[in-house]
Design a protein around this ligand. Structure first.
Ligand code: SAM
Ligand code: SF4
Length: 329
């Protein structure tokens, strides 16, 4: 699948639910209205959709949400999709999770063929974690990360860098991840969805963070690409990789190889644009694959060149009304 700019689309991020057991302040409002269950694709439909994308050239599949591990029965989906990795039709099956239920699922994820997972952890301080997630308990997440490591899953920690919230913890997170053998990716906040309190006041540009980190750590340039939007350095002292996702300060769209599908079967061509295509109707219309393949191809044919995120004082409103938990991170 080639888009109009010659980018080959090989990476699908699939949101399996919009629900979550946390309410991170930058991601969701306190009172969220979730989709009625009837609107969701069934697990069988999600699987069929994934198989179609793989047939059309997708080689990497990431399950996300909301919190993917709160979707009932999700492990059956993971196991079936893992079969494609075993069969060699898919290079990688992975997951982004908040980690609260990882202790329960880590072994099964590994057994299903996952090798690496991303776990979001913005702070290691219990009180800051509770405030950031509105009520979350950090011990569950730390136990989950430990279980993932024990199961033999390579963990990448995702940390959203927030001014005045966790900026003074970034250095120690680099050290802790190094000790634990986890890679770390820092993420700038993106203006997605309405949340209480401005997001702008917590926006922390990562070039500033990087300069600060360079005082304490040797950051060696790296050409590593994970197939995602991060650019990486290697921390010489720990051997760990440190990624930076900077959608606002730098344009990461040039090499974009991904599309996203929501749990209702809506295909988004760009995280930062509204344009989307309905895949649920063609999926339910016929048992054959023609209609669904045609809908995907038609949509890829209009994948935009890039996003237009802006955070500044004049733009107090989110760039997009859609929350990250709808399209998935
Ligand atoms: N619930 C899972 C989790 O938290 O990892 C998966 C979904 S979550 C939407 C995926 C990632 O998006 C998380 O790492 C989260 O921190 C990040 N995220 C959510 N809202 C964001 C925003 N407005 N800006 C930047 N990152 C955001
Ligand atoms: Fe839930 Fe993940 Fe959003 Fe936090 S970032 S509220 S864990 S979906």
């Amino acid at each position: 699948m080639l888009d109009p700019y010659g980018r080959s689309i090989t990476y699908l991020r699939l949101s399996v639910t919009d629900r979550c057991d946390l309410r991170c302040v930058y991601c969701m409002g306190e009172e969220m209205e979730f989709l009625p269950r009837a609107e969701l694709l069934t697990l069988e439909e999600l699987e069929r959709l994934c198989r179609t994308f793989v047939r059309l050239g997708v080689r990497k599949l990431r399950l996300t949400g909301g919190e993917p591990l709160v979707r009932r029965g999700v492990m059956a989906l993971v196991e079936h999709l893992g079969g494609m990795v075993e069969a060699g039709t898919l290079d990688e099956l992975t997951l982004t999770t908040n980690g609260t239920r990882l202790a329960e699922f880590a072994d099964a994820l590994k057994a299903a063929g996952m090798k690496r997972i991303n776990v979001s952890l913005d702070t290691r301080d219990a009180e800051t974690f509770r405030r950031l997630t509105r009520f979350g308990r950090i011990d569950k997440v730390l136990d989950g990360i430990a279980a993932a490591k024990a199961a033999g899953l390579k963990v990448k920690v995702n940390m959203v860098a927030l001014k005045g919230v966790n900026e003074d913890e970034i250095d120690s997170m680099v050290g802790w991840c190094g000790e634990q053998g986890h890679d770390l990716t820092l993420i700038e906040t993106m203006p997605l969805g309405e949340v209480e309190g401005g997001r702008n006041e917590h926006y922390l540009p990562l070039d500033q963070v990087r300069r600060q980190l360079a005082r304490n750590w040797t950051l060696e340039p790296s050409l590593m690409r994970s197939g995602g939007p991060a650019s990486y350095v290697r921390i010489a002292e720990t051997g760990g990789m440190l990624g930076f996702i900077t959608p606002l300060t730098h344009n990461f769209c040039e090499g974009c190889n991904r599309v996203r599908v929501t749990c209702t079967g809506r295909l988004y061509l760009c995280l930062g644009q509204e344009d989307s295509a309905d895949l649920r109707t063609p999926l339910r219309q016929s048992e054959g694959e023609e209609a669904i393949e045609a809908a995907i191809r038609e949509a890829i044919g209009r994948k935009p060149k890039g996003h237009d995120f802006v955070i500044d004082r004049e733009h107090q409103r989110p760039a997009l009304a859609r929350h990250m938990s709808v399209t998935g991170g």
